[in-house]
Design a protein around this ligand. Structure first.
Ligand SMILES: *Cc1c(COP(=O)(O)O)cnc(C)c1O
Length: 488
């Protein structure tokens, strides 16, 4: 399988590249992204074959069908990372919460958010490729709280890769911050900056565009890659759990193989939703993908009206911070798939230059064949958390935004999978407040919710509070370069 570019080719790069090159150097011509030339068929033959497969078996066969240029032995070892999940025999459990509504829990990995699903195997593959090629890579991530811990966890102590995470000091939950600053390994650096997530992101952008910094990397023979969902190496693993979750409904005899279902995806950068879109396109019987957002509802506007408009918006901080995003990277891959490279380039250049773009009526119609969308504010999210806690299901504020999509967007009463993207333990103060007990610290919230709802806090969260802090650096945006040079 070869990979091509979403905004066409600038003549300076190869027109088609292998998977390994697309993940090591993920930036394509004109600021575009890499996408596969085609998708393997997830037809009824493939699905039937995997009715009784373990998650890893399904994943291995899917990756083989994708024909990526990674040895099967490396793929096997990468997938063994799922053995570190809570229940290695069932890394992605499906839990029923309504007669026709099921939660696919994507958070049972080490850092308790769905980022582990892709970053765990992806990190192993990237480091192994770097070793084979004798190259050294730097991965830099600005994080609002979930990408950082998952990126550090997957790359810590891996040869030929260094990782730096920049987080907004005071802008993450205690648990998220501790997950990063207690991480102990030679090859990682964690930097807090004074400011919010936007500031963290813009200081990273500034650093990456600094010629002095780039020269320094060249001098030290270090190449840059990326671990966010612009990297297709993450997306490929985010197709698999949609197939798995569908097959779970068949195994539970809720549907017969071939029956259509809805999927609800709490979305920010649209990587998770893109995985569902590729699964649908490859043949998985998904009626529609329903996008859930918070009040940063630019995706709802886009899918309802075809207009993507940044000009009248400021980012609003919410209780679901992983979805506090206005420039959603992966809609680009959907547009490429539907409208082609020339049109995608035109639309995204309009976004860069004028801050907005608009789809034609036909383009909007095509988008709405696969997607619909809605959003919830924090109060609505808290009400959902409280409602399901009554029924003894505790969910996090990102997952909670899905319920409105489930109630309001289905044209037919088909069985529905909603994706739980984080464990409640990462956002415990919000959960505690939703249950009528506002407290200031994560530790108090974890204790109270766990006691009152008789739900366990996993060891990897409860032990964080006693671990030694290894990274104490909190700096102004302008001091980041200096900190990075020290690290390198
Ligand atoms: C990253 C994240 C999301 C958003 O996922 P995208 O793939 O960027 O749309 C949603 N919820 C949680 C908890 C996350 O960590």
């Amino acid at each position: 399988m070869q990979f091509i570019e979403t905004r066409g080719n600038d003549g300076n790069r190869a027109e088609k590249i292998d998977f390994s090159d697309a993940i090591l150097s993920p930036s394509a011509s004109y600021g575009g992204l890499y996408v596969p030339e085609s998708l393997p068929a997830m037809d009824s033959i493939f699905l039937r074959k995997h009715l009784d497969s373990h998650y890893k078996e399904l994943a291995a066969d899917f990756l083989q069908a994708f024909e990526i240029d990674i040895d099967s032995a490396i793929i096997t070892e990468a997938l063994d990372r799922y053995d570190t999940f809570d229940d290695p025999s069932d890394p992605v459990p499906l839990v029923q919460i309504e007669e026709d509504c099921f939660v696919s829990e994507l958070y049972h990995g080490k850092t308790r958010a769905f980022k582990d699903m892709a970053l765990q195997p992806f990190g192993y593959i990237l480091s192994t490729l770097a070793q084979k090629r004798g190259e050294n890579y730097l991965i830099m991530a600005a994080t609002s709280g979930d990408t950082g811990p998952a990126t550090l966890e997957t790359f810590k102590n891996q040869p030929n890769v260094k990782v730096a995470c920049i987080y907004p000091s005071g802008g993450t939950s205690d648990v998220q911050r501790l997950q990063m600053v207690t991480e102990d390994a030679e090859n990682i650096k964690v930097i807090g900056i004074k400011g919010n997530f936007d500031d963290a992101q813009s200081s990273l952008k500034e650093l990456l565009s600094s010629q002095e910094f780039r020269d320094e990397l060249t001098r030290r023979n270090i190449k840059l890659s990326a671990a966010n969902s612009v990297n297709f190496g993450r997306i490929i693993f985010q197709i698999i759990y949609h197939i798995h979750s569908y097959l779970e409904l068949v195994r539970k005899k809720i549907i017969a193989l071939g029956d259509p279902i809805y999927m609800v995806v709490p979305s920010g950068n649209f990587g998770n939703a893109l995985g569902a879109y590729y699964a649908k396109k490859a043949g998985l019987p998904i009626k529609k993908i329903l996008i859930a957002s918070n009040i940063n509802n630019i995706l709802t506007d886009w899918i309802k009206t075809g207009i993507y408009d940044l000009t009248d918006r400021d980012l609003i901080q919410t209780e679901s911070p992983a979805m506090d995003i206005l420039k959603s990277s992966n809609i680009e891959r959907v547009m490429f798939d539907k409208f082609g490279g020339a049109r995608t380039k035109e639309l995204l250049e309009a976004l860069n230059e004028k801050g907005k773009f608009q789809l034609s009526p036909d383009e909007l119609k095509s988008l709405r064949e696969d997607f619909d969308a809605t959003f919830s504010d924090d109060a609505e999210g808290e009400a959902v958390i409280a409602e399901y806690a009554q029924k003894n299901y505790i969910m996090d504020p990102h997952t909670a935004t899905s319920l409105k999509a489930y109630h309001n967007l289905r044209n037919e009463k088909l069985p529905t999978i909603i994706y739980s993207t984080a464990e409640w333990t990462k956002f415990s103060t919000t959960v505690s407040r939703a249950l009528g007990h506002p407290v200031a610290s994560d530790l108090d919230a974890l204790k109270w919710v766990s006691k009152n709802k008789a739900i366990e806090v996993p060891d990897m969260i409860s032990t964080l509070f006693d671990k030694a802090i290894k990274h104490t650096v909190v700096v102004d945006q302008k001091s980041i370069k200096e900190e990075m040079l020290k690290f390198l």
